[in-house]
Write a protein that binds this ligand. Structure first.
Ligand code: BMX
Ligand code: ZN
Length: 360
């Protein structure tokens, strides 16, 4: 029941503090107010940013998309974000009550201080207290979170996991992000850095990762990794079709590798088998550790599902006995099952989830 505001008391501490004798009419007014709210969700990427007004039912009222002018510096980017927030706030304030702004940022964040500690795509944002800066400029509440955390919350609220109160999401994009939602709330851990499952080790001596470790799933199951593995395969001379594709197409990307895999090219198929295998290792770890009802896979590379999912499920059955014991089974339709599925909201998951942060 994602949009039922009075059944999840831990999300509504203010309501918990209300006197028990509160008059039903007043309660009715409060409910109406809550239902009539809107919030602004910001999905800040290293290339583009998307900013949307979202109402309390999860409907997107308006979307602003603009490029992230990283080279012009953080002040410029923050000014752009603030302009968009002000424009949307002005447009919908009055018709709806403004609940605040949620922002999803790639990288590690200190929730307590609202500071971006590390974000390779936004280099001059290191140790930048962006929450307070934006709050000061726009004069209203801002909540900062990791991009994959808010995407997970979006999918749990309005997407593939809307019938599950707890879930884990992986976003397969430039990197591999992830977020864990427990009982409708993002699991932040101690400082807000929980859910960095893209940096779970798959191969201990594997490819060096931007996080400082090696062999993280991000190095085998991101769009960046697929392109890298294709270039490596071409260099060994074992991928003649991909070699031809890269020489003919300057836009060579993971999408091209996917097309070749679907057409049966052996080298491209091997690359997507690596993707499936890496995801299976991490999913097995998560399933064995958490026994959640749902795992959602999104991000641009999730459109390659047909190419990696068969290996992923096959390998998962070899690696997780918890999965084997709880896998979907038509003969036992009433049994609680572990579901692993594609995301539903596409690139809107982050926006919707970021807005949800402010609406909670
Ligand atoms: C990286 C890490 C995560 C992020 C994930 C997905 C950075 C900048 N990012 O693992 O915090 O959630 O990538 O990011 O350290 P995306 O850029 O692929 O969306
Ligand atoms: Zn890593």
């Amino acid at each position: 029941m994602p949009d039922c505001y009075f059944t999840r008391s831990p999300d509504h501490p203010i309501l918990l503090q209300l006197p028990f004798c509160i008059h039903p009419l007043i309660l009715g007014t409060l409910m109406t107010d809550k239902e009539n709210q809107f919030a602004i969700g910001v999905d800040l990427g290293g290339t583009n940013m998307r900013i949307a007004a979202v109402d309390a039912s999860g409907k997107q009222l308006e979307l602003i998309t603009t490029s992230t002018e990283v080279k012009r510096g953080r002040d410029y980017v923050v000014a752009d974000i603030c302009d968009a927030i002000r424009a949307l706030r002005k447009k919908f304030n009055g018709q709806y009550a403004f609940a605040g702004t949620g922002i999803g940022v790639p990288g590690i964040i200190d929730m307590e201080t609202g500071t971006v500690l590390q974000s390779p795509n936004l280099p001059d944002w290191t140790n930048y207290p962006v929450r307070d800066e934006i709050q000061r400029r726009i004069g209203s509440q801002v909540i900062l979170d990791n991009d994959a955390n808010v995407a997970a919350l979006g999918e749990q609220w309005m997407g593939a996991a809307r019938d599950a109160d707890s879930m884990c999401m992986f976003t397969l994009g430039t990197g591999v992000g992830s977020g864990i939602v427990l009982y409708g709330k993002i699991w932040h851990g101690m400082t807000g850095m929980a859910g960095e499952c893209g940096h779970i080790t798959v191969y201990p001596d594997g490819v060096p990762c931007g996080c400082g470790s090696r062999g993280c799933v991000e190095q085998y199951a991101s769009a960046t990794a697929v392109k890298r593995m294709a270039i490596e395969a071409i260099a060994t001379g074992k991928a003649p079709e991909l070699a031809r594709a890269i020489s003919e197409n300057p836009e060579f990307s993971s999408k091209v590798v996917f097309q070749y895999a679907m057409e049966g090219d052996a080298a491209a198929k091997r690359i997507f088998a690596v993707v499936g295998c890496a995801l299976a290792v991490v999913l097995a770890d998560m399933i064995n550790a958490l026994n959640l009802p749902m795992y959602v896979i999104g991000g641009g590379l999730a459109s390659g599902w047909e190419a990696f999912a068969p290996t992923m499920f096959e390998e998962l059955r070899r690696r997780s006995y918890v999965y084997v014991a709880t896998a979907p089974d038509d003969r036992l339709p009433t049994r609680k099952r572990t579901l692993i599925t594609r995301a539903l909201l596409g690139s809107d998951a982050g926006l919707i989830g970021a807005a949800r942060l402010a609406l909670m």
